[in-house]
Write a protein that binds this ligand. Structure first.
Ligand SMILES: *Cc1c(COP(=O)(O)O)cnc(C)c1O
Length: 486
């Protein structure tokens, strides 16, 4: 590429590599080093081509080192973590459930070591794949057997395959989009099953399923929890017991996709009762599927419980192998489910801790964070222009009552009384963006300020403390002060 007159050419790869090598700590594989050096030279050539001045070779060498460090190595965080101050407990875009400590420990141990994943300790021979999580599910739901796959969407795809050559009948009121553009009808079709739509959008009766079952067109009824919306008015949906009786009469199957699938009774927390997998099985479902990372509160997983003969068929399905969880997921979901059996779910599972947090405790935290953020803001603003107390003209940090939600398609439209903060006096969009950015710049004055995801209500920035771990409150206060300063 021709460079404009006066600018130099980038150094050769060999020269750059000689300048980089003394700056590296420890060995690097030559191929990785070469790839980064070439990329830096290509970028430099493009800069020169656009008329910029050539950079000194030492600068380019530092650039190579910085890019290598950013790719990975000790202390390099993978995903960027954020504080979830949205008040949506199961926020799909923020990674749904934070894991219980027991699940994290189990996952780390499983990842770091070999394990008896498929080896029988007694005989020394190959045994069934680690079954602890599935045994927990059997005990917790009263099912005959259980199977774990990678997520609930694959659990549904696997289960509807039991229809074989016959069709899968679904009420038109339950052909839902679950988020991220994923639609139940498409999952059914991609699983190779034929969809038979039954009833109408607002009203479907058990009787509507009679013809497809009696004619042999349908071999399976799929009930889908309408997770993320609520119908009201002139609506009717079939009683699951009536559907169960129908499938029995016609030798068909009833599969229920519960979506969230609470393992504790939500009514105990002042919320409406969310159907549990045990409820669905008791009402006659042959199989029930639900997610591991919604109300169960653990890692992403698809949990399938129900009849032993059907679970055995699913286990042999090649699709089960294609959606098989790894040892880390199995260890983490087993540890999560074990907490329910140990009677520790509401204290040890973050999702349930958030649901159960008393309003009074949240109000007290809101006052404390508001005061701390105010003090920090006063410090940042410095003595001269800002009046004492941190409340520069028009800026306010106020503790308020709010309404949180479960999210993740659980109990749509149901609010949970909550408390948090309202920030006023600066452009809400600007504050939201500053909160989102946090400060990752090492050595910057505000280094270590966490990124915070908040929301805008009525033109003001709102932060709900129900979804914030109390241990993160000081970081939240620092983030608020930084976002409002300057
Ligand atoms: C969330 C949800 C799914 C998908 O579950 P994933 O675990 O995200 O794959 C399927 N069906 C319903 C009803 C849901 O709410």
């Amino acid at each position: 590429m021709a460079s404009p007159a006066g600018s130099s050419r980038p150094p050769s790869v060999e020269r750059l590599l000689s300048a980089v090598r003394p700056r590296l700590v420890g060995p690097r594989e030559p191929a990785a080093l070469l790839a980064v050096a070439r990329a830096v030279i290509a970028d430099e050539r493009a800069r020169l081509g656009s008329g910029a001045h050539g950079r000194h070779i030492d600068e380019l060498a530092l650039e190579v080192r910085a890019r290598l460090d950013a790719f990975g190595g000790p202390g390099e965080p993978g995903l960027l973590t954020v504080i979830n101050a949205t008040g949506v407990i199961l926020h799909t875009n923020l990674g749904r459930a934070p894991w219980p400590v027991a699940a994290i420990d189990a996952a780390v141990a499983a990842a770091a070591s070999y394990s008896l994943l498929e080896l029988d300790a007694g005989t020394g021979r190959r045994g069934p794949r680690f079954r602890v999580a599935e045994d927990h599910l059997v005990a917790l739901t009263g099912a005959e057997d259980a199977l774990i796959v990678n997520n609930n969407a694959s659990a549904v795809a696997l289960a509807v395959g039991l229809a074989g050559r016959k069709g899968v009948a679904v009420s038109r009121g339950e052909l839902v989009e679950i988020g991220g553009g994923v639609r139940i009808p498409e999952i059914i079709r991609r699983a190779g099953a034929r969809l038979i739509e039954v009833g109408t959008t607002n009203r479907t009766r058990a009787d509507d399923f009679s013809e497809p079952l009696a004619s042999g067109r349908a071999g399976l009824i799929l009930r889908v929890h309408p997770s993320n919306f609520r119908q009201s008015g002139f609506v009717e949906s079939p009683d699951p017991r009536a559907l169960a009786a129908l499938v029995r009469a016609h030798g068909a199957l009833l599969v229920e996709d519960l979506g969230s699938g609470a393992l504790l009774d939500t009514a105990a927390f002042g919320l409406p009762h969310e159907p549990t997998p045990a409820d669905a099985l008791a009402a006659g479902a042959d199989l029930v599927t639900f997610s591991g990372d919604k109300l169960v509160g653990g890692p992403q997983a698809g949990l399938i419980v129900g009849r032993a003969d059907l679970v055995a068929r699913l286990r042999k399905d090649p699709l089960a192998r294609a959606t098989r969880p790894d040892k880390v997921l199995l260890a983490a979901i087993a540890a999560t489910l074990g907490l329910y059996r140990a009677g520790l779910a509401t204290t040890a599972i973050p999702v349930w801790r958030m649901v159960a947090a008393p309003l009074e405790a949240l109000r007290a935290r809101a006052l404390a964070v508001a005061a701390q953020a105010g003090d920090m803001l006063a410090d940042l603003a410095g003595p001269p222009p800002g009046p004492p107390g941190g409340n520069s003209p028009g800026i306010s940090i106020e503790a308020v009552d709010l309404v949180a939600t479960l999210g993740g398609g659980s109990l749509p439209g149901e609010g949970i009384p909550s408390a948090g903060l309202v920030l006023r006096g600066r452009s809400a969009q600007h504050v939201l963006a500053r909160l989102r950015a946090g400060d990752q710049t090492a050595g910057a004055p505000a280094a270590g300020v966490p990124a915070v995801i908040a929301r805008i209500d009525d033109g003001a920035v709102v932060m709900d403390l129900r979804t914030v771990d109390p241990a993160a409150d000081p970081g939240l206060a620092a983030a608020i002060a930084r976002a409002l300063a300057g």
